[in-house]
Every structure is written in structure tokens, then in C-alpha cells.
Design a protein. Structure first.
Length: 146
């Protein structure tokens, strides 16, 4: 999913689950589980894309996601815990980034790449964005009921 979707889920976890061990674990494991849902992403056709453009898009996606997550979920949460949950919800793609941008195709980066590329559910626009909006909304609702 987009970094924005992962950041929103990480922030929603931080704001609803006060136990840090549970929250950080859930935010961490949410990444590959969310990626199973068919979605669109900037990196879907990363091989054909100019690396500089992809880097700008990925950075903008991450920055926007963190800011939006902070506005929606970060107000009454310990900031270390809040950004910790966002970090672990994004870390899979952060570890994978050198594979895309620097051609680093060796372990553990290549392991993460192989796992993630096999677990990606892909969908074209607009459905690939709609699935993410619905997933984030549903996950936020469920977390608020816990
Ligand atoms: Zn991912």
C-alpha cells in the first residue's frame, strides 16, 4: 500500500492501543497483511520508472502520510510511541528501498524484497485507491471498538 495508508494505520494503532508491546507488534505486522489487499502504489511499475521521480513520489507519500496521521491520530499520544508505531508500520518498505534505488540485491534487503513482492495485491486506479481508503477506514473503526 502507499506509505500514507501504512502511516495512517500505524497512527491509528498508537492512538487506540496503549500497551506499547502490543501496539508496536500490531503496527509492524500490519504492513505485510495490508499489502495482501489489492491496491495501487507509486512503486507498482518501479522498474519502468525514473528512479529520481520514484524517490520524490515515495518521499512525498511518506511525508504526507506522517503529517496526516499526526493530525488525525497524534494529538493525545506519547510522540515516541506514536512515531515508533509509524516507523515499524513503514520499516518493511524502508529496508526494501535500497533494492529499488541503489540496486542492492543482497540479503537481508533481497529477502524483504522477495517476501514483499510475492505478498503484493495489485489493483489499477481508481479501485487501487478506493480499497486503501476503505481498508484504513475499516481498520480505524475496528481499532476504536477495541
Ligand atoms: Zn510494503
Amino acid at each position: 500500500m502507499t506509505a500514507t495508508a501504512h502511516a495512517l494505520i500505524g497512527g491509528a494503532v498508537a492512538s487506540t492501543i496503549s500497551n506499547p508491546e502490543l501496539g508496536l507488534s500490531l503496527a509492524f505486522i500490519s504492513h505485510p497483511l495490508l499489502d495482501l489487499i489489492p491496491h495501487w502504489d507509486f512503486a507498482n511499475n518501479w522498474r519502468a520508472k525514473d528512479k529520481f521521480i520514484l524517490f520524490i513520489e515515495a518521499s512525498a507519500d511518506l511525508t504526507f502520510g506522517v503529517l496526516l496521521s499526526y493530525i488525525l491520530f497524534g494529538q493525545n499520544v506519547n510522540l515516541w510511541y506514536f512515531f515508533g508505531c509509524i516507523f515499524v508500520s513503514e520499516v518493511w518498505d524502508i529496508i526494501e528501498a535500497p533494492y529499488w534505488f541503489l540496486n542492492w540485491k543482497f540479503p537481508p534487503i533481497s529477502w524483504i524484497y522477495n517476501v514483499q513482492s510475492k505478498m503484493q495485491g495489485k489493483a489499477a486506479l481508481p479501485w487501487g485507491i478506493i480499497t486503501q481508503i476503505l481498508t484504513v477506514a475499516l481498520a480505524t473503526l475496528i481499532l476504536q471498538k477495541i
